[in-house]
Ligand binder design. Sequence first.
Ligand code: XLS
Ligand code: NI
Ligand code: NI
Length: 440
Amino acid sequence: MSTGFFGDISRIPFEGADSKNPLAFRYYNPDEVVAGKRMEDHLRFAIAYWHSFTWPGGDPFGGQTFERPWFADQMGDTMDAARLKADVAFEMFTALGVPYFCFHDADVRPEGASFAENTRNLEGIVEYFQEKMTETGIRLLWGTANLFSHRRYMSGAATNPDPEVFAFAAATVKSCLDATHKLDGENYVLWGGREGYETLLNTDLKREDDQLGRFINMVVEYKHKIGFKGAILIEPKPQEPTKHQYDYDVATVYGFLKRHGLENEVKVNIEQGHAILAGHSFEHELALANALGIFGSIDMNRNDYQSGWDTDQFPNNVPEMAIAYYQVLSGGGFTTGGTNFDAKLRRQSLEPDDLLMAHIGGMDCCARGLKAAVAMISDEALSAPLKDRYAGWSMEGAQKMLAGDRTLEQVAEWVEGENLNPEPKSGRQELLENVVNRYV
Ligand code: XLS
Ligand code: NI
Ligand code: NI
């Protein structure tokens, strides 16, 4: 029986580009085959439980704006409320036809007075999820632990100066990995919400790095022990909530993984907004992760380009999505990963159908971006000029230089002997930008 939260809406139809129906897809058509694969299997959409069903609509100047029947002010922080929330969540997943969802422990269960009570509550909800997943066919893209909201984590979780907080966090990750495994999750994500610092005056940076390295190694060891086949993913973010987060960006995370012997065990979950906060573009982070062999999954949202804050807005910029999926597809596309909407409504968007429209718009935008990326790839619109630009490197002398068969002196002899005097060539940026704009 329906909760009635979304009125009588049961399934959002695909109506095509000419539709003016705000509750229909115009571009996302799950069964449409592009580049040999159904759109649904390319994009692997997931809905983030936290922003859509838990976030109350607050900002630094005001609290709750959303009124939801399962919120604590209506039902208390109870298992009944958690079940109602799950009912509504699965109604929304079904209405939107997404294949996946993602959650933190704290999003889905009431907060207990102890670790044991938290675990019991989580296990209760996991059972409830199992029924709903069987009923609807909706799967879990990833699970994660919230190691940042509770006050015990104010100075970090794994990087806390207090070893008991480290232990509490480790136990919590164990219970969340167990839950994810039980639900056949395809990945497990670690976003180090407060793994960072406010001031060096009270922080031993080296020690905290060692702590975090050991923590992630314990997670990887346990994953293998229980036979969890999914990928372990770290989600980089440069700052917020702490002034300096240790998982700054993809490059920093890679350095961390290498340092702790984890580069073949852990990949990255890249979020658009976090890339912007780090002073990068989303596509930079995606391309680098591909180059380093650690690309896992994406958190899809958009950051405000002026605010310097993680605004987590729904994506609405097709050219940006086209370039992003171009990178995803160039790396071979998703394996265990997918497109998780780590995006929330604006706090004035009060109506239940605002939630639907936000996702419909985001999914349509991704679908358009995907189709543009596929077309650019099949036309070799960017790859042909790129190949051409580096063509000199396929010559024998150049290959030897790269392979380490030439010393610095030999290279100098070559330059002198042949009187090399290379002429600069145009990078053709504007031409290439115009090419991209033909596809979007
Ligand atoms: C916060 C992060 C968070 C992670 C999951 O900025 O994006 O939502 O995705 O803990
Ligand atoms: Ni995220
Ligand atoms: Ni974020």
